[in-house]
Design a protein around this ligand. Structure first.
Ligand SMILES: Cc1cc2nc3c(=O)[nH]c(=O)nc-3n(C[C@H](O)[C@H](O)[C@H](O)COP(=O)(O)OP(=O)(O)OC[C@H]3O[C@@H](n4cnc5c(N)ncnc54)[C@H](O)[C@@H]3O)c2cc1C
Length: 394
């Protein structure tokens, strides 16, 4: 059986970045990915995240995968909140001393794959992991090849980076799964049209929440709060544009354009505790899921990678197992901070079914409009001062 130092499964942003950072430090890795390279780089089902915290952008730069991101991405100094018929601009540079970066997750995945393969890294596409063995002492990954053959790979350490529907998390014995679902979902579109504004608008209207974001100056990414039971067929293009405009009435105008992709995303929060067992570790959505309102998912995945990468290097460079033993404990601090912020943003901006809670929510929004400390709380969490930034600077 072949044996490697670190076997990672899942070539999303988490698994790929970890593999690339380890490779740069001379640690041998193999990444197994269930889908094809083409699917990861071009499928409309993989468009996903687009907001990078300041620290995420810095990590990508330091890892040598940020060249295209810096050239083609958009730097944003803040966001807008639309509520009670007005528009509040939150200036992140003034409130938190940092900006954010808008660049599609799918582009970043493409960039890391390219750099990793150029650097001699190994990614086995269309190799699905179907089982894990002996994780306590000497992990073995059982996987299916594109020809349907079952094979095994032995590793000194194994990392589960297999996303929100994770197989990996089932292999943490005695793990606690903390979960919460929300009474709404997001209907998202990607459309060829100029964004509603130069920075993201988070709109809380009586008709429900809407987010107006972008991928480039001519590509808009917009979302509508809908019921979790909603069906895409019920939303022809005209209805989507009309609703996007109604939720932004009196504030800005959304110009219709060709819709390239439509999707429904349910909202949930999930944390797996602990995030490790023996010589096996979870990173990214495999270990935690956040509702997308705070734009934290991919950023949080990068935080895990920063912590695990440091811990693996302490082992491979100095034989120090301490940081590996403490991985989950350290990672869970930033995980719960991001869970808190994502929950706070979600319950602040979406209309709630319970009339009492809805009135409380409106009171919270008005308070935010008047309170500089609350605006600073939002800004600091959004740019990620308490998460990725700390690891990059530290
Ligand atoms: C609509 C939407 C909008 C979002 N917006 C934002 C945002 O603005 N900002 C943000 O930070 N986050 C956002 N997110 C969240 C972000 O996309 C995720 O947090 C991020 O993809 C997590 O990365 P990951 O590498 O952990 O998992 P993934 O990107 O899901 O990658 C997991 C990989 O594992 C592979 N895999 C799965 N099972 C196996 C197996 N058994 N064997 C081998 N491979 C396997 C999958 O094919 C996949 O390629 C958004 C998500 C959605 C859905």
């Amino acid at each position: 059986m072949r044996r490697v130092q670190v076997a990672i499964f899942g070539a999303g942003p988490a698994g790929l970045l970890l593999a690339h950072l380890l490779r740069q430090a001379g640690v041998e890795t193999v990444v197994l990915e269930a889908k094809s390279r083409e699917y990861l780089e071009t499928s409309p089902h993989r468009i996903r995240a687009g907001v990078l915290e300041w620290g995420t952008k810095e990590m990508a730069k330091q890892a040598g995968v940020g060249e295209r991101m810096l050239r083609e991405g958009l730097e944003h100094g803040g966001i807008y909140l639309a509520f009670d018929g007005g528009l509040l601009h939150l200036d992140f540079r003034a409130l938190a001393g940092r900006s954010i970066w808008v660049y599609g997750q799918q582009y970043l995945v493409r960039d890391i794959i390219q750099r990793h393969l150029e650097a001699g890294g190994e990614i086995l596409f269309e190799h699905e992991v179907v089982g894990l063995e002996n994780l306590g002492e000497a992990p073995v990954l059982v996987f299916r090849t594109p020809q349907g053959k079952e094979e095994r790979l032995a590793a000194e350490f194994a990392v589960g980076a297999d996303g929100s529907h994770s197989l990996a998390r089932r292999y943490i014995p005695g793990a606690r799964i903390h979960q919460k679902t929300y009474p709404f979902a997001w209907l998202g579109i990607l459309a060829e049209t100029r964004p509603a504004a130069e920075e993201l608008i988070y709109a809380s209207s009586e008709r429900g929440f809407a987010l107006y974001s972008m991928r480039s100056p001519s590509l808009s990414r917009n979302y509508l709060q809908v019921s979790p039971e909603e069906r895409l067929e019920a939303w022809p293009e005209e209805r989507i544009w009309e609703e996007l405009n109604r939720r932004l009435e009196g504030v800005a105008e959304v110009r219709p354009g060709p819709i390239l992709e439509k999707s429904l995303t349910p909202m949930r929060s999930l944390v797996v505790e602990p995030m490790q067992y023996g010589r096996f570790f979870l990173v990214g959505d495999a270990a935690h899921v956040v509702p997308p309102t705070g734009a934290k998912g991919m950023n949080l995945a990068f935080c895990d990678v920063a912590v695990l990468h440091r811990a693996l290097l302490a082992y491979y460079r100095n034989g120090d197992t301490g940081p590996l033993t403490r991985y989950s404990q350290e990672a869970l601090r930033h995980v719960w901070q991001a869970e808190l912020f994502s929950y706070w943003m979600t319950t602040l901006l979406h209309t709630l079914p319970d009339p009492f809670e809805e009135e409380l929510r409106r009171a919270k929004l008005r308070h935010l409009g008047e309170s500089l400390p609350l605006q600073r709380f939002l800004a600091e969490n959004y740019v990620g001062l308490h998460t990725t930034g700390r690891y990059v600077e530290g």
